[in-house]
Design a protein around this ligand. Structure first.
Ligand SMILES: Cc1ncc(COP(=O)(O)O)c(C=O)c1O
Length: 426
């Protein structure tokens, strides 16, 4: 164990975080930046993860396993939003949301010009689904496990323009998922539009291989990344997809109502911007005859426009800093270890459980989906709620299953208690 690590544990055990506090934070603040970024923190380093937990005001009255729906923010994010509101409203100004764009770009390793600021995943999906030049009979490949946020924008396009949606059921291995996509491709296929990680049971798709398959076949490749950034570290540029939409209010633990859409530089002109406004354009003039529209800015900024809420995007910057300081590798190691432990314990229940999440290492992350053989999901939901667990029941795709999300503020004790609650009914 390195000196700095020992020093850290000593400080934590004395109830101090000392040098781990960034001076920039006011003394009255609850917020602490826990800086571990360059250090490997193991998945079971409880003193470290307890300090992380303390940064979340999330109530301890119940156990929160629903990060897949909404990611509670830690103090540095909450306080950053509040400070920005005080500051901006105090000055009667409104600037600052632009600070998020370069931070997002750096976090995802893409160019700032490829990032559009959105407010949720669905908004980014609508920009792509509504903007691609698709015509009657063109085919889009999706899964049977879509969230409404990805299903509806494409179904709407089918409704409006008679495009055809073709679906496959997610399989339990990466190879089989690639095969299923490949089998659906025809001469009419134009787009693959699937989740990075399913909202139902957390299948992690092999997105780099899928992007390559799409490229080789001349298709546009779009990923619904609601469950990617903040759960697992990855380099978006390296993935090689054309479009990636996400929110920052799930796994990134950012302010609610923040998100982004990545549009690969070369694809900017393929996605027609339908809603534009201030900052989307490269010039206009209504005083000349004929009135002039010079076109769009040569960046993904063309899709976001007008006045934004600066405090929430400033808070998003604080969320990215928070993740950086802890280290995305460390976070992913922890949230996946918790989910793996849960999956293994549930599998021990044998025939009483139907595991829906892949066991293949690279096809799963921090979301576990399962069903109980003899207990309906809603009955289990009531039981879990009485026991103090906030979980997600999955009615999508008629799955009628249970979904547990584990993130950096959870611990093994919580998972073990949940397994006990399952055993009581299973
Ligand atoms: C896979 C997936 N896509 C899209 C969404 C919609 O997210 P948002 O409400 O941020 O648009 C969700 C939300 O849970 C999701 O899980």
């Amino acid at each position: 164990m390195g000196t700095s690590r020992r020093h850290f544990i000593a400080q934590v055990s004395q109830g101090m975080i000392g040098t781990w506090v960034l001076n920039a934070l006011p003394e009255t603040s609850h917020a602490r930046y826990i800086i571990a970024k360059d250090e490997k923190i193991t998945h079971d380093d409880e003193p470290f993860w307890n300090v992380v937990r303390d940064q979340f005001p999330l109530t301890r009255d119940r156990t929160y396993f629903n990060n897949g729906t909404i990611g509670p923010s830690p103090y540095p994010v909450i306080e950053s939003v509040k400070r920005a509101m005080d500051d901006l409203d105090g000055r009667g100004e409104y600037d600052g949301w632009e600070t998020a764009r370069p931070k997002i770009a750096k976090f995802m390793n893409v160019d700032e010009t490829e990032i559009s600021l959105t407010h949720n995943v669905t908004e980014g999906i609508n920009i792509v689904a509504g903007g691609l030049p698709l015509k009657k009979g063109d085919e889009v490949i999706m899964t049977t496990h879509e969230h409404a946020g990805n299903a509806l924008p494409w179904l709407n396009r089918a409704h409006l323009d008679d495009i055809v949606i073709k679906t496959f059921k997610p399989a339990l291995t990466a190879d089989e998922n690639l095969n299923r996509i490949n089998d659906l491709i025809t001469s009419r296929t134009k787009v693959i539009a699937i989740p990075h990680i399913t909202c139902t049971a957390g299948h992690v798709f092999p997105i780099k291989e899928i992007a390559k398959l799409g490229r080789d076949k001349g298709l546009w490749v779009f990923f619904d990344g609601a469950h990617g950034p903040g759960m697992i570290p990855f380099n978006l540029h390296d993935i090689g997809c054309d479009f990636y939409a996400t929110c920052c209010h799930k796994w990134m633990c950012g302010p609610k109502g923040t998100g982004f859409l990545y549009v690969r530089k070369e694809m900017l002109d393929a996605v027609q911007a339908h809603w534009i406004g201030a900052y989307s354009d490269s010039g206009w003039d209504l005083t000349v005859d004929p009135p002039q529209f010079k076109g769009y800015v040569p960046t993904a900024h063309r899709y976001d426009f007008a006045t934004q809420s600066a405090p929430i995007y400033i808070g998003l910057g604080a969320a990215i800093d928070f993740l950086y300081h802890i280290g995305m590798d460390n976070i992913a190691r922890r949230n996946k270890a918790l989910a793996t432990h849960l999956q293994q314990e549930l599998l021990k229940l044998g025939d009483n459980i139907e595991m829906l999440t892949p066991t293949e290492e690279h096809s799963r992350g921090a979301v576990i989906g399962f069903r109980l053989k003899n207990v309906t999901y809603d009955k289990f939901g009531e039981h879990a709620s009485k026991k103090g667990f906030r979980i997600r029941l999955v009615g999508e795709s008629h799955l009628n299953s249970i979904r547990i999300s584990t993130h950096l503020y959870n611990n093994f004790d919580e998972v073990n208690r949940f397994v006990e609650a399952v055993k009581e009914l299973a």
